[in-house]
Design a protein around this ligand. Structure first.
Ligand code: B12
Ligand code: SF4
Ligand code: SF4
Length: 345
């Protein structure tokens, strides 16, 4: 096996060659009882505790508050989600990658246009990043044939943001997303768990300071306190993950959703660290005319077949046809003066 520092450098060079914009390595505490151990229970919320115990404490608190809403998959085996060693026995290091998805386009929200969150303007990042991550994983296997790895982009049982902070990629801002001094709010994350001890990076420092712009910018008050998000009030959850119909949403929230028909960027857009954001080199993230300026009256007439064909290979499929059409109806109703006869289904 090559020396640890050489290997870490080679992995980083390869990651950049593959097109990742940010890369860092975090180490798991070793010789430690896993979060399932009774020893972990007493001190999980103390800042002196090992990171995996702290993550378990925070996730547990979030779930107890029912801030995950109907995302029951978040509550499934939370101990495993908090501790990568429960996902990959013997896990020693985590290689975290970030992809910049910023483009300099400005959405035109006038004339009955809806708004789609930036990450969904182009191709699905899950596929794009997973393909590259698998190549990076293969690279690692060629260097150390006996290494065991698991790689994930978003959907694995891993808390990606704290590991990105540990790996020095950026810090978790008060809106609970990772902010980078180089890329602002616009990084998507993925990671490889490995059974080798690699040279690690310095964790990133929290640079939010006294700023609270994201908390003030949130239309629904979903950031209930710094670093704590009630997903059930978050427009991203309501327009992507929530499965109910129009009438299942409280009128107050329906109104605040405004013209957002998929996700929400308000707390990300306002962050002063976006001043350093640079356009991505990845053509897959470029918007199409309809994702940049989605015309609500046109979308209101979409058939299921049209929806399927327009959203091929895009994250916009996640709420399915019914969820997407519900969002369009809410968006249209919010653009109609309240004394107008238009009724939302
Ligand atoms: C569930 C989920 C959601 C849910 C819940 C969001 C949430 N904040 O948990 C919903 C559907 C609302 C959502 C929305 C979005 N998401 Co999302 N989501 C996830 C997912 C799958 C899990 C997140 C998680 O573990 N939540 C559980 C809670 C407990 O953890 P938490 O949010 O990290 O909050 C804790 C920390 O802040 C922690 N904490 C950490 N450090 C510190 C320090 C101190 C001092 C304190 C007190 C606390 C603290 O305490 C909090 C809990 O109490 C991840 C992918 C993954 N596997 O990690 C993507 C992920 C977080 N999402 C992502 C994105 C892009 C979004 C959106 C921007 C999409 C959009 N434009 O609409 C929004 C942003 C909304 C927001 N303000 O967070 C990206 C974020 C990338 C980044 N740069 O951070 C991820 C990482 C996916 C990816 N692979 O890129 N998401
Ligand atoms: S994504 Fe929108 S609704 Fe959710 S916390 Fe950020 S600003 Fe609030
Ligand atoms: S807007 Fe301010 S408080 Fe929010 S993440 Fe950015 S720097 Fe931190």
């Amino acid at each position: 096996m090559p020396p640890r520092s050489t290997l870490a450098t080679q992995i980083k060079e390869e990651a950049r060659r593959l097109g990742f914009d940010a890369i860092g390595i975090a180490r798991l505490p070793t010789n430690l009882p896993t979060v399932s151990s009774p020893f972990a229970q007493d001190s999980i919320l103390s800042e002196d505790s090992p990171i995996t115990w702290r993550l378990w404490g925070r996730l547990k608190k979030w779930l107890e508050l029912r801030f995950h809403g109907a995302m029951e998959w978040m509550a499934k085996d939370p101990k495993r989600r908090s501790d990568p060693a429960e996902v990959l026995p013997g896990c020693q290091s985590i290689v975290v990658v970030g992809t910049n998805y910023y483009t300099s386009h400005i959405p035109d929200e006038t004339k009955k246009a809806g708004r789609i969150a930036r990450y969904a303007w182009g191709k699905d990042y899950h596929n794009l990043m997973k393909e590259r991550l698998t190549q990076l994983e293969n690279f690692l296997h060629t260097k150390i044939p006996e290494v065991e790895t698991r790689s994930y982009v978003d959907t694995g049982p891993i808390m990606e943001k704290p590991w990105a902070q540990e790996a020095g990629i950026g810090w978790i801002g008060k809106h609970t997303n990772v902010v980078s001094t180089d890329f602002g709010s616009w990084l998507l994350l993925g990671e490889i768990l490995t059974t080798v001890p690699l040279d690690v990076d310095e964790p990133a420092m929290d640079l939010c300071g006294t700023c609270s712009l994201c908390i003030q910018a949130c239309p629904t008050g979903a950031i209930v306190e710094p670093y704590l998000l009630d997903a059930e009030r978050c427009i991203s959850y309501l327009t992507i993950e929530f499965r109910g119909g129009v009438d299942d949403l409280p009128a107050e929230l329906r109104k605040k959703i405004g013209n957002r028909i998929f996700g929400c960027d308000d707390c990300l857009d306002i962050c002063p660290f976006n001043v350093n954001a640079k356009p991505t080199a990845e053509p897959g993230f470029q918007p199409s005319p309809w994702t940049l300026h989605p015309q609500l009256p046109t979308l209101a007439n979409l058939t299921k077949e049209e929806f399927q064909s327009m959203t091929k290979g895009s994250p916009l499929r996640r709420p399915k046809y019914d969820g997407f059409m519900r969002n369009v109806q809410i968006g249209l109703a919010n653009q109609t003066p309240s004394n107008s006869p238009t009724v939302i289904r």
